[in-house]
Design a protein around this ligand. Structure first.
Ligand SMILES: NC(=O)c1ccc[n+]([C@@H]2O[C@H](COP(=O)([O-])OP(=O)(O)OC[C@H]3O[C@@H](n4cnc5c(N)ncnc54)[C@H](O)[C@@H]3O)[C@@H](O)[C@H]2O)c1
Ligand SMILES: [Zn+2]
Length: 351
């Protein structure tokens, strides 16, 4: 059991007693639980066992393609049809899709009802549930509509990871590695040497990783500066993820971010920030965990075009969060097109 205190709410890890009493103390007029078919199957029962009192379950289909305003309308309608008033509580039980969408629905229903995040994927436990970003996709573009608002609390239960498919664990693990690279060298050193990422002591690993995200987002909740360091690996990673999204071989988010982190570590080396030795260590560790997939870093011109549309750019020039050293990051670094192309060549090189 571990707790992390934030400015406006707390994050609790593996504390069912605290969950039960926290919900009781809220004294909500109605309790709603938002789940998808997987969290309904694998996580809901345990949650219900730890709730004193009745709850109404709203189920939406899983998957990023359902993270839309249409699904929000279904959730808002279910809330309304089942008597939700301003004193109701919504518990979001699921991965980042449920957390982002459910949080957005709660924050906007009747101008805002309280909500609790219960993240059930590794990615949502260390990343999506912390920092208050909520929202949905629009016209196929990610997170185009949303707000930043804190939940009443976050309750993380690492036992939920037991039913999570291995590829989803690996995907979420990329965010733990990223947190190490940008803010905690010793975490990176430990995590990057793990021979097998299943069966680890996730309570501790999640705790350390959440602390990093919490520290960064509390200093800069609206991403005016420091929060941008969390985008390390994501400028190139997002472009790769989007380009292959509708293909027959899409990548999971973390797999794409692993490619992005190798390429952006190269950029960090290219602009004189990290050493060649550090660059090779990062590449070797990420490729050992995620495999080597040269086919995904092409076509370079299309990927660069996608990057030009990145929300983080300023006046059309592509800006990167890069590594200052291992365990320290910087942001808003302008990098030219040639260097980006070189970073793809570096990723593709045979080891
Ligand atoms: N708000 C933020 O700051 C933030 C940060 C990072 C990512 N995100 C968002 O998070 C989303 C991705 O989140 P994700 O990776 O958790 O994906 P996800 O929510 O789609 O979950 C992945 C899959 O795992 C299933 N699942 C969830 N918990 C399970 C469990 N315990 N056992 C078995 N299956 C389970 C889900 O049903 C789904 O099929 C994206 O929409 C992304 O934009 C938000
Ligand atoms: Zn990410």
């Amino acid at each position: 059991m571990k707790d992390i205190k934030c400015k406006n709410y707390n994050i609790h890890i593996n504390n069912w007693l605290q969950f039960t009493s926290f919900v009781q103390d809220i004294n909500a007029s109605h309790i709603f639980i938002l789940a998808d078919e997987n969290t309904e199957k694998y996580c809901l029962l345990h949650l219900l066992e730890n709730l004193n009192g009745e709850a109404f379950v709203i189920r939406i289909p899983s998957g990023e393609h359902n993270k839309t305003i249409n699904t929000c309308q279904q959730v808002w309608s279910k809330l309304m049809q089942n008597g939700a008033d301003r004193h109701s509580l919504l518990i979001n039980l699921g991965g980042g899709v449920i957390g982002d969408l459910g949080g957005f629905c709660a924050a906007t229903y009747m101008r805002g009802i309280r909500f609790i995040q219960v993240p059930t994927t590794l990615l949502s436990q260390v990343d999506a549930s912390v920092g208050g970003k909520l929202g949905v996709d629009l016209l196929g573009f990610k997170n185009m509509v949303g707000i930043i608002q804190d939940p009443a609390a976050v309750f993380i239960f690492t036992e939920f990871l037991n039913t999570l498919p291995q590829n989803q664990i690996r995907s979420g693990f990329a965010e733990l590695l990223k947190h190490g690279l940008i803010a905690d060298k010793s975490a990176w050193d430990t995590l990057s040497h793990k021979a097998n990422i299943s069966g680890l002591d996730y309570e501790n690993l999640v705790y350390e990783s959440v602390k990093i995200k919490k520290n960064v987002t509390e200093q800069d909740p609206y991403e005016n500066g420091l929060r941008k360091i969390l985008n390390f690996g994501h400028t190139i990673g997002h472009a790769v993820e989007s380009y292959w999204m509708d293909s027959s071989t899409p990548l999971l988010h973390g797999e794409a971010i692993a490619i992005g982190m190798v390429s952006e570590a190269f950029l960090s080396y290219r602009v004189g920030k990290i050493s060649e030795g550090e660059l090779f260590d990062i590449r070797n560790a990420l490729i050992r965990i995620y495999g080597h997939h040269p086919k995904y870093v092409r076509p370079a011109t299309d990927l660069i075009e996608i990057m030009k549309g990145d929300k983080k750019n300023i006046k059309g020039s592509i800006r990167f969060a890069l590594l200052e050293s291992v365990g320290k990051a910087c942001y808003d670094v302008q990098v030219d097109k040639n260097a980006i192309e070189e970073s793809f060549v570096f990723y593709k090189e045979k080891i």
